[in-house]
Design a binder for this molecule. Structure first.
Ligand code: FAD
Length: 467
């Protein structure tokens, strides 16, 4: 085999958490080794997550916008979709980014070792790779092993059952597709396949899609997809899936205990993700992993073993790339002897559906549940010149303020580009801005960003009548 290696710092897993940590540590002078089992760097996010899904969502947006132009007097022909070329576009985007990481690693002299790493002791990882075994001894370690899709054991193994990775492979466009799980990942994929021509059914156990976001914020998305999709079943569970010649026969049970069934060409299982903590031999290093596979860390990303850190999806919710990146920087800087802590006030969440749903800080649901006092400023996009010019009227910007000092404590936005708009609110909350700061900052007109300014003014009472 390639033999033995010593690293001052070894990073296990090269997703957004892992590569960020490795690069930061190398920049701070650490001799760093990065271990990755897959052929390419970048983890779930770059290879089978954030990036390929967004490339396809962009295409979906162009298709549906072209369709809807007919209502404004401009009609296009039905799109001709060449799946091979579409897949190539998506793969090319992914390839540029993952290839870029190889260059960034080389430039910093971060040694990458390809293979599956498991701990064999508190200062040792063994990597089982295509070229044999490598033993890596280390002074410090950052675990960034990420997560994988949860599969439902009662669903049969079948080509017609896919997870998000399968959906992103874009093998075909099914006639009728069931999206099992109304969370962010399921709804994003539903948006893509709907635009490509599949008839979509969504089933969700909870009483709303995107559980976690406020109900009023999710409503405009719900209204829109209700009009486009075949069915959206809420408060409904899937109790059985059977492979038949006609398709996958799915049995549903609603909250009254009534059962019914339907048959689909494809079933996308999007019921959540599970951390990879149990697969890395953490016990050999003395690192505790809970029943679900999560690794507990302190506010410096340190596990119970003082020279071993953990970051990203493997340490807990929310399982988001930007959280992994932030934690990666904290861990690397602590490893290099800096006094860094994870002290972010918020982690924004975005569903890149159409319309997008974004929120950060305290949500209204959370404030009510925890008894946090708040007052709100709400601006409906039906009164936004920019949104109407875009042919869309269904958005909403809702800001939550602390009634004591009028500081912003939360923001929820639904509408096109909500994901980009939420960052201003995140900055405002981090900086302790109040309603006057937001209301008196001149925003360019006409933009969607004005809705943040207007929502603050609605709270202040400095605008009361819309339009
Ligand atoms: P991962 O990205 O999971 O990377 C872990 C890496 O470690 C993998 O490359 C894995 O191969 C490697 N690894 C694991 N164990 C070992 C081992 N023992 N030896 C060697 N290598 C190992 N998040 C967002 O913020 N925005 C989005 O828009 C978004 N969209 C998503 C869309 C989809 C379809 C999916 C599935 C996820 C999406 N996410 C999104 C979530 C995001 O991908 C994750 O939060 C993020 O990738 C977590 O980063 P990480 O570094 O913790 O781990």
């Amino acid at each position: 085999g390639p033999g033995d290696v010593h690293a001052e710092l070894v990073v296990l897993g090269s997703g957004p958490g892992g590569y960020t940590a490795a690069f930061r540590a190398a920049d701070l002078g650490k001799k760093t080794v990065l271990i990755e089992k897959n052929d390419s760097l970048g983890g779930v996010c770059l290879n089978v997550g954030c990036i390929p899904s967004k490339a396809l969502l962009h295409v979906a947006k162009v298709i549906t916008e072209a369709e809807e132009m007919a209502a404004h007097g401009v009609s296009f022909a039905k799109p001709e979709i060449n799946l091979d070329e579409l897949r190539a576009f998506k793969n090319d985007v992914v390839g540029k980014l993952t290839g870029g990481l190889d260059g960034l690693a080389k430039g910093r002299k971060v040694q990458t070792i390809k293979g599956f790493g498991t701990f064999t002791g508190p200062n040792m990882i063994e990597v089982e790779g295509p070229d044999g075994k490598t033993t890596v001894s280390f002074d410090q370690c950052i675990i960034a092993a990420g997560s994988e899709p949860v599969d439902l054991p009662f669903i049969p193994q079948d080509d017609r059952v896919i997870d998000s990775t399968g959906a992103l492979e874009l093998r075909d466009v099914p006639g009728r597709m069931l999206v099992l799980g109304g969370g962010i990942i399921g709804l994003e994929m539903a948006c893509v396949y709907d635009a490509l021509g599949a008839k979509i059914t969504v089933v969700e156990l909870m009483d709303q899609i995107i559980p976690g976001a406020d109900k009023d914020i999710v409503k405009p998305l719900m209204n829109r997809i209700k009009g486009r999709y075949e069915n959206i079943f809420l408060k409904t569970k899937v109790t059985a899936v059977e492979a038949t010649d006609e398709g996958m026969k799915v049995t549903f049970e609603d909250d009254k205990g009534e059962s019914f069934n339907d048959t689909f060409d494809k079933v996308l299982v999007a019921v959540g993700r599970k951390p990879n903590g149990k697969l890395i031999g953490a016990d050999k290093a003395g690192v505790a992993v809970d029943d679900r596979g999560f690794i507990a860390v302190d506010n410096q990303q340190r596990t119970g073993v003082s020279h071993i850190f953990a970051i990203g999806d493997v340490v807990g919710q929310p399982m988001l790339a930007h959280k992994a990146v932030h934690e990666g920087k904290v861990a690397a800087e602590v490893c290099a002897g800096e006094k860094r802590f994870f002290d972010a006030k918020l982690i924004p969440s975005v569903a890149y559906t159409d319309p997008e749903v974004a929120w950060c800080g305290v949500t209204e649901t959370e404030a009510k549940a925890k008894g946090i006092k708040f007052e709100k400023g709400v601006f409906p996009w039906a009164a936004s010149g920019k949104s109407l010019s875009n042919g869309r009227s269904e958005g909403m910007t809702k800001l939550l303020f602390d009634p004591e000092d009028d500081r912003i404590i939360g923001a929820c936005i639904v509408g096109t580009n909500a994901g980009d708009l939420i960052s201003e609110c995140a900055l405002a909350i981090e900086m302790g801005a109040d309603a006057v700061d937001l209301g008196h900052t001149i925003h360019p007109h006409p933009t969607l960003s004005e809705t943040v300014n207007f929502a603050a003014e609605m709270f202040e009472g400095t605008i009361t009548d819309l339009m």
